[in-house]
Design a protein around this ligand. Structure first.
Ligand code: RTP
Length: 150
C-alpha cells in the first residue's frame, strides 16, 4: 500500500454509451484520488487482446474482445492511497449480480458480459496496463487547492 500507488481504470463501451462516464469519474474524484491520465480510445482487437492476454483461451474471450472493440472506452489513471484495491472495491464484483449496492457495478449493471468498467487487479498489472494504454506517459503535476478553495 502506497500513497503514490497508481491504478488503471477503464469505462467500457457500454458505460460510455449509457452516459455513465461522468458518474464513474466523479466517484474517483470524490473519493480523493488524483487523475493523472485520461483519454477516449476506440481500441483495436489486437490492443484489447494484449490487455486481456491472461484470459486468452477462456470460452468468453472472443465475445469479450468483440464487446470491448464495439465502441470507444475511457482510459484513465488514478493515483492515491491503496489505489488498486480501493479501485476494485469501488467497481464491485466482476459479476454485477454479486456486486454490492453502492459499487459502480452494483448500481448500474446486471450482466457479467456488460459490466461497464475495468480496474487493475494488482500493482504489477496496473503498471503493465498503464504502459499499454498510455505509452506516451501520464501527466505529472502538484495538487494545490489552497489558491482557490478557502
Ligand atoms: P476486468 O478485468 O474487466 O476488470 O474484470 P475482472 O478482473 O473483474 O474479471 P476477469 O476475470 O479478468 O474478466 C474480465 C472481463 O471478462 C468478462 N467476463 N465475462 N463468464 C463470462 O461471460 C465472463 N467472465 C468474465 C467481464 O467483462 C470481465 O470484466
Amino acid at each position: 500500500m502506497s500513497v503514490s500507488e497508481r491504478t488503471y481504470i477503464m469505462v467500457k463501451p457500454d458505460g460510455v454509451q449509457r452516459g455513465l462516464v461522468g458518474n464513474i469519474l466523479g466517484r474517483f474524484e470524490q473519493r480523493g484520488f488524483k487523475l493523472i491520465a485520461l483519454k477516449l480510445v476506440h481500441a483495436t482487437p489486437e490492443h484489447l487482446e494484449q490487455h486481456y492476454i491472461d484470459l486468452k483461451g477462456k470460452s468468453f474471450f472472443p465475445g469479450l474482445i468483440k464487446y470491448m472493440a464495439s465502441g470507444p472506452v475511457v482510459a484513465m489513471v488514478w493515483e492515491g492511497l491503496d489505489a488498486v484495491k480501493t479501485g476494485r472495491s469501488m467497481l464491485g464484483a466482476t459479476n454485477p449480480l454479486a456486486s454490492a449496492p453502492g459499487t459502480i457495478r452494483g448500481d448500474f449493471a446486471l450482466a457479467v458480459g456488460r459490466n461497464i468498467c475495468h480496474g487493475s487487479d494488482s500493482v504489477d498489472n496496473a503498471e503493465k496496463e498503464i504502459k499499454l494504454w498510455f505509452p506516451e506517459g501520464v501527466v505529472q503535476y502538484t495538487n494545490d487547492n489552497s489558491k482557490w478553495i478557502f
